[in-house]
Design a protein. Structure first.
Lengths: 310, 259, 369
């Protein structure tokens, strides 16, 4: 056999393939590097605060005494936001997926997406300038009628700039996240299950209870977890709305603080050890949200494997 | 402008799964060869090894030789891209590029490879290819319109024109009419008959009448059962396969007793 | 399949135990009237009227239904009321925010020079004067607008190539390898990074590499890129995935190389979706405040250099004008400027969102059938 005529080919094209696939691979690795870098540089810059003598840290009792109350404040704000947002978000998702007329559904979905499009700083400004004064009479009422509950202990803040107001603003911000994810899950409910329920004579609500909600439960859980991740890390709604202070049980007095707002309020003027302290606080926030998000993603992937919907 | 294909002891694997086993076949230049057989017998898989398209799927590999006029497609240093520019392919569903006009679709093989071509040469190539695909008269007034606006049969002939424009030696067709209506099918079958004057054509089909109508030679593939490799059972003149097959399995299949 | 006839016959029997079709309207009218009456006793306001009427409507309709139709139908009605109600509740903040921004922002935006001047030389004394003597509010957002455009552009220039190439790797080359799965997982993780942490990362990185206290527009752009890249990757990935494999095979069969196939066939087919995804990603980061706050500092003057000096942006402008008014004793002029900036920002975001939809429609491959 003579030489194979098929081996003569343009080398330039082959090089193009190598260069291009190499570039895409490099881009992918860059993302891994960046995420690794996020963790690494936060740790490097945070170390001085972690090893500094306790008296040098703000508050004078070391980093963990400083960050502890703020972590609790962050959790309080995020949890209240979810308690408010979750039922509403599920209701909105059900409304769009199963109640609204077909033709309107996508338009209504877009309306909810508009909520997500509004920048957080605008929500913060709205919460501070509009919501807080409007809602402060309600706080007075809560303090006078339910003041025996520690969370509604008076005197209520006169400005309305409390952690509860901040949580309400946060709930508005996480609402579209939970809604859009739940809506997608609800729409994936197997039509056969729904029709089977309806064929048994179920009302629409019974059909939703029998077919849609059980199918969507893991999706709802992960949507709520993702909402939690957003609420934990949201800065502006709290920084602008909350008149911060020490950790207090009452939700209708000024006080409490969240990590993100603490960083935003203090970082621009910080220097030296204070910078390290705030970066360490950022690291704590990163670890918390990372954990929450990973649990949420894990639920989603586990769900995908057996739902067969994809 | 046409080459013969000789396949020697070809095994096709997907990962560790042996999909097609021990194929030996010689396909003459300037002829139409049909591959028939039940679903899943490996005829499409085998077809795709004739221009190394199977490699697009991860984990696919072959053992053995495929010789194109004596040159092994799987020889050391052979670039699959060179192979594919000599062995063209038409697919089951018409797949014109949706972002390109009819003209650009025909020129796709040239343009996507960044080959320089003058406007006059390009026009000539478009007309020649579309004429060869029996499509020129239908589209000559709307060459700048998107290819996806044509009917299914027209789209398939556009895809054939696109394959011809690269000036291949061999044209492989993977069930080219299965997504078409009877009239479009007829147009494509007529075209196949004309193409064999210049090209070696290999066609996979589910439709035995079609194999009988268009092909000079027919190869019958079969599998012993699920999970077993597909094998070439019989390869002979089309008239022999349909009227006087030597194998019992072939006779059962072409007489409609199974498959 | 002969169900139609019996169904039509049975229907009349089935409607027996039902509320009449006009029932919800009657209950609604009664609830509105009662609600107005109750509110008149404790001081009328529109929000309270709506709330009380909605509650009365729900009680009335569910109660009536329970009496006539029984428990199952009435709990269905209750669920419907709650679900529709939750949608209306969700609309409240949207309407309220947009209303607040319009009402407060329009005076700011129509004040002359608002879009064309910076805050250079605007002092608390000038603001006090404008309040005391009624002169016009000076100062504008030109520097912030310019900063936002520069920072966002740079972030886009960084994010789009990285994000798009990564998406191409995942879809075209990844083949579900361990590395591809790791990238997918960490892109998901990145989506959840709080924006302020992204800002801190960029700050920490530049503090370590360039020097402590490095704050420029470029640092902010890096911070925004950390937020933008995962969005670009996810949306481009989705768009590349829906390009039919047949088109890739068609190109390969013509002897076209993989990289040319991707650049000339796959990407052009998906370009509308990719472009609209990128536009949405820009819309997402253009309103980010926290990362810019910790990376670009505050500037009151025009800065044309992304790589040197502090830089203003619309979100941080809003933030500082509200939190630290130029004149602490008279915050109104600052507040007016902040709302004006908020209106401009919302308009920008809405234009980007609408633009994304338009792009998706205009550049979509034409079927032409």
């Amino acid at each position: 056999m003579t030489t194979n005529s098929l081996t003569t080919s343009q080398g330039a094209g082959r090089a193009g393939d190598k260069v291009f696939s190499g570039a895409t691979l490099a881009a992918g690795c860059l993302i891994l590097l960046v995420l690794f870098g996020v963790a690494l540089f936060l740790v490097i810059q945070a170390i001085p605060a972690l090893v500094a003598p306790p008296a040098d840290i703000q508050g004078g009792h070391g980093f963990f005494a400083y960050i502890g109350p703020i972590v609790v404040g962050t959790l309080i704000a995020a949890v209240i936001a979810l308690v408010i947002a979750t039922p509403v978000a599920i209701g909105v998702a059900l409304f769009i997926s199963h109640y609204a007329p077909r033709k309107l559904a996508s338009g209504l979905g877009y309306v909810v997406d508009l909520l997500a499009a509004i920048p957080s700083v605008v929500y913060g400004a709205w919460g501070a300038a509009f919501l807080a004064p409007q809602i402060s009479p309600a706080y007075n009422w809560l303090a006078s009628t339910m003041g025996w509950l520690p969370i509604f202990q008076g005197p209520a803040s006169a400005t309305g700039k409390t952690i509860l107001t901040a949580s309400i603003v946060l709930s508005v911000m996480v609402l579209p996240i939970i809604t859009s994810l739940s809506r997608e899950i609800f729409l994936q409910t197997p039509k056969l299950h729904e029709e089977a329920a309806l064929a048994l004579g179920a009302t629409r609500w019974e059909m939703i209870k029998m077919a849609v909600l059980p199918f969507g439960r893991p999706g709802i859980v992960s949507a709520v977890m993702l909402g939690l991740g957003r609420a934990l890390g949201e800065t502006m709604a709290v920084a602008l709305v909350l008149s911060s202070g020490v950790l207090t049980a009452s939700l209708i007095q000024s006080g409490n603080q969240t990590i993100a707002a603490e960083i935003a309020l203090n970082f621009p003027e910080a220097s030296g050890l204070k910078v390290s302290t705030l970066i360490a606080a950022g690291l704590v926030l990163f670890v918390i949200t990372l954990g929450v998000n990973m649990i949420a993603r894990w639920i989603i992937t586990r769900h995908k494997e057996f739902s067969g919907a994809n | 402008m046409s080459k013969r294909i000789d396949v020697k002891d070809l095994n096709v694997y997907y990962g560790s799964f042996l999909a097609v086993e021990g194929v030996n076949i010689s396909i003459e230049a300037k002829s139409v060869t049909a591959f028939i057989g039940p679903s899943g017998c490996g005829k499409s898989t085998f077809l795709r090894t004739l221009n190394r398209m199977h490699e697009v799927l991860p984990g696919a590999r072959v053992e053995g030789e495929v010789l194109l006029d004596g040159d092994n497609l799987y020889g050391a240093g052979v670039d699959p891209v060179t192979v594919r520019s000599q062995v063209g392919m038409v697919f089951q569903r018409p797949n014109p590029f949706p972002t390109m006009s009819i003209r650009d679709n025909v020129l796709a093989g040239v343009k996507l490879n960044n080959k320089r071509i003058t406007k006059g040469a390009a026009d000539a190539l478009v007309e020649k290819s579309l004429r060869a695909a029996n499509l020129w008269n239908e589209v000559k007034d709307r060459l700048e319109k998107p290819g996806s606006g044509l009917s299914g049969g027209q789209q398939q002939r556009l895809c054939i024109a696109r394959a011809i424009a690269v000036e291949p030696q061999v044209i492989l067709m993977d069930e080219p009419c299965s997504a078409l209506d009877p009239i479009s099918t007829l147009a494509v079958e007529d075209l196949i008959n004309e193409l064999k004057d210049e090209y070696t054509v290999v066609i996979v089909t589910h439709n035995m009448q079609q194999a009988a109508r268009v092909s000079d030679k027919t190869a019958f593939f079969n599998i012993a059962g699920t999970g077993k490799p597909g094998k070439l059972i019989e390869f002979a003149d089309t008239t022999t396969i349909f009227n006087n097959p030597s194998q019992k399995a072939t006779e059962d299949y072409v007489s409609g007793r199974f498959g | 399949m002969t169900v139609t006839a019996p169904v039509a016959r049975k229907r009349s029997a089935l409607t027996k135990g039902q509320l009449p079709a006009f029932a919800p309207y009657v209950v609604l009218a009664v609830a509105l009237v009662l609600g107005a009456a109750i509110l008149a006793l404790i001081g009328f306001n529109a929000f309270g009227w709506g709330l009380v009427s909605a509650i009365l409507f729900t009680i009335g309709l569910v109660g009536w239904s329970a009496a006539v139709e029984g428990g199952r139908k009435s709990s269905d009605k209750l669920a419907t009321c709650l679900i529709v109600g939750s949608f209306l509740v969700a609309l409240l903040p949207l309407i309220s925010v947009i209303w607040a921004v319009l009402v407060n922002g329009i005076p700011g935006i129509i004040s002359p020079g608002f879009l064309t001047t910076s805050m250079n030389g605007v002092t608390g004394a000038l603001d006090n004067k404008s309040v005391d003597e009624g002169t016009k509010v000076l100062g504008g957002i030109y520097h912030a607008l310019l900063g936002t455009v520069q920072i966002t552009l740079l972030a886009t220039v960084i994010s789009v190539p990285v994000g798009l190439l990564t998406a191409i790797y995942l879809v075209e080359y990844g083949n579900d390898r361990a590395l591809a799965r790791a990238i997918t997982f960490f892109v998901d993780v990145m989506t959840g990074i709080p924006s302020i942490v992204a800002g801190l990362f960029a700050a920490a990185f530049f503090f370590a590499v360039v020097g402590p206290g490095t704050k420029t527009g470029a640092v902010a752009a890096v911070a925004l890129s950390v937020l933008m890249i995962p969005v670009v990757v996810r949306s481009s990935e989705e768009m590349l995935k829906i390009v039919p494999n047949e088109l890739r095979e068609a190109a390969y069969a013509l002897g076209v190389r993989k990289w040319r196939t991707i650049l000339k066939v796959v990407i052009p087919t998906a370009i509308s979706g990719i472009a609209s995804g990128v536009t949405l990603a820009i819309a997402r980061v253009i309103g980010e405040t926290a990362p810019i706050l910790v990376t670009a500092g505050f500037a009151t003057t025009i800065n044309n250099n992304v790589f040197g000096g502090w830089m203003a942006s619309l979100p941080t402008f809003i933030y500082t004008q509200i939190l630290n008014p130029t004149s602490p004793s008279n915050p109104d002029p600052s507040s007016q400027r902040a709302w004006g900036a908020a209106l401009v920002l919302i308009i920008l975001v809405m234009i980007l969102n609408l633009g994304a939809r338009l792009i998706a429609r205009i550049f979509a491959p034409k079927a032409g059938r």
